[in-house]
Design a protein around this ligand. Structure first.
Ligand SMILES: Cc1cc2nc3c(=O)[nH]c(=O)nc-3n(C[C@H](O)[C@H](O)[C@H](O)COP(=O)(O)OP(=O)(O)OC[C@H]3O[C@@H](n4cnc5c(N)ncnc54)[C@H](O)[C@@H]3O)c2cc1C
Length: 445
């Protein structure tokens, strides 16, 4: 029976420049592709979920690419370890002996645990399990302070990121071509489970659902990024977040693009790596305040206020426009994410975790590390957060970043008419209440 290796795609839905796949092919064993619709994740999603549709759509393309180049990709669904074991057993029955499993490493708490379980089983079954670094340029352990501890402030992290890159003998920015060496196992692809059979509405797979991200990366967008990035009415940012989330583009190609065209944009890609490193080194920060004393804040259990925020009817146009954009498209501009998050935590004094969960449900580009990082930044509780007494004024934010109301009018057509909601909270009072509440809670720590 021929020995083969299995490459497990997770958040890397591409063949091109897939480092783990390239390593698997280079190892000399013929390779079969594998993907598992993870029930642990799927069971928490609503029946209409465009992220699942996006994954499904791109998995089909990847499987097609496998077939075009003479290979096969097996798609399964279930608990990942069980599905992997079952696939390896079926392959064995069909005359293929899987002796190695390769995958790209994910740094968040759940995948780390999943991979530890897989590694333990592989160890007991005599199957090699190899993880590769593909999702970031600098894995969490690569950028540490001189004393070996993780950075918790962005600017020194970013400087070190550059220094480490310069000092590396082999550039981690080089792309890999998995098809340049090695071979595919003689295994045919199976049918990918349909969205319906996975328990999802077929509308989840309608590509119009992710039109907000259908935005080819243009040199001009990146060159003009520094001037345009804070204008929510324009498509002044690249909308690469969904593609980075599921690996439909390679971070190496984007980083090289940033290095060529815009330091400012490159810095945003480094923020992404910073937050992944923070979550990896401080996994408690997914649910607890990074700075523990911020968990003493007596958040208001304001359900009507939260509902008004979710539905975009707070009476603050920039907040309402952002929430309606999110609800309609699954995207929200970064500047507006900051405004709505600050409004929830400071003006309404609602726990950042409520907002983080709502974003997790709605954002197509939802990614735990960046989402928690963004929310903890806005609430003041994060590692490199805005000071608690700096309370964004949503009206001034609008004057500065949407002075003609172009963005607001797009999402809140009734703005400026008597039909528009009155503010649910008065700014001056809310600002002072937030400062006083934070101050008292932190002083008591
Ligand atoms: C409260 C809050 C929640 C957020 N939740 C998420 C999330 O769930 N997923 C997510 O990918 N981003 C999140 N962000 C970061 C940021 O808003 C988005 O990455 C960005 O808006 C995506 O649009 P873009 O691709 O056009 O970004 P661009 O401005 O073109 O930036 C390019 C890439 O850099 C990365 N990036 C940019 N800004 C940030 C940032 N502040 N932190 C980390 N990475 C960044 C993203 O991968 C992005 O695609 C959040 C920010 C805030 C304030």
């Amino acid at each position: 029976m021929p020995d083969i290796s299995l490459f497990w795609h997770r958040r890397d839905l591409r063949i091109q420049d897939n480092l783990g796949l390239a390593a698997a092919r280079k190892s000399g064993l013929p390779v079969v592709g594998f993907f598992c619709f993870d029930r642990h994740i799927l069971d928490r999603l609503p029946a209409l979920d465009r992220r699942l549709g996006f994954i499904h759509h791109h998995l089909k393309s990847v499987q097609h690419e496998y077939s075009q180049s003479g290979g096969g990709l097996i798609a399964a669904s279930g608990q990942p370890l069980q599905a992997l074991k079952a696939t390896i057993a079926e392959l064995r029955e069909a005359g293929h002996n899987v002796v190695a499993v390769h995958a790209n490493r994910d740094y968040a708490p759940y995948p780390v645990q999943r991979d530890a379980d897989v590694a333990a089983w592989c160890g007991s079954a005599g199957v090699a399990f190899e993880l590769h670094e593909d999702h970031v340029i600098m894995p969490p352990e690569s950028v540490l302070k001189d004393d070996g501890t993780p950075y918790t402030v962005f600017t020194p992290y970013s400087k070190k990121w550059h220094r480490v890159l310069e000092a590396m003998p082999t550039s981690p920015l080089t792309s890999a071509d998995p098809l340049a060496s090695g071979s595919w196992a003689e295994v045919q692809s199976n049918d990918i489970p349909t969205l319906e059979s996975l328990g999802f509405d077929t509308e989840s797979g309608n590509p119009e659902g992710w039109v907000a991200f259908d935005h080819p990366l243009k040199a001009e967008t990146v060159q003009e990024y520094a001037e345009m990035r804070d204008t929510p009415s324009a498509k002044g940012t690249t909308r690469m977040s969904l593609h980075l989330r599921f690996g439909t583009v390679s971070v190496r190609s984007l980083t090289r693009f940033g290095m060529k065209h815009s330091d400012k944009w490159l810095t945003e890609l480094i923020w992404r790596e910073f937050y992944q490193a923070i979550l990896h080194h401080f996994p408690h920060s997914a649910s607890d305040a990074f700075r523990a004393k911020y968990d003493r804040i007596p958040w208001r259990h304001d359900e009507p206020g939260f509902a008004a925020w979710c539905e975009g009817r707070t009476g603050y146009p920039m907040v309402d426009a952002g929430m309606r954009e999110l609800n309609a498209t699954g995207f929200m501009h970064n500047r507006v994410r900051m405004v709505v998050a600050s409004f929830l935590c400071k003006h309404l004094l609602i726990d950042w975790r409520w907002g983080e969960r709502y974003f997790a449900e709605k954002l197509l580009d939802y990614e735990l590390a960046s989402n928690v990082g963004g929310w903890q930044w806005a609430s003041g509780s994060g590692c490199d957060a805005a000071p608690y007494f700096r309370v964004f004024n949503p009206e001034s934010q609008m004057k500065k970043f949407d002075p003609k109301g172009v963005y607001v009018k797009r999402w809140v057509p009734e703005w400026g008419t008597p039909q528009y909601a009155a503010p649910i909270v008065e700014h001056k009072m809310a600002r002072q209440r937030a400062i006083d509440t934070y101050k008292a809670a932190l002083a008591g720590a």
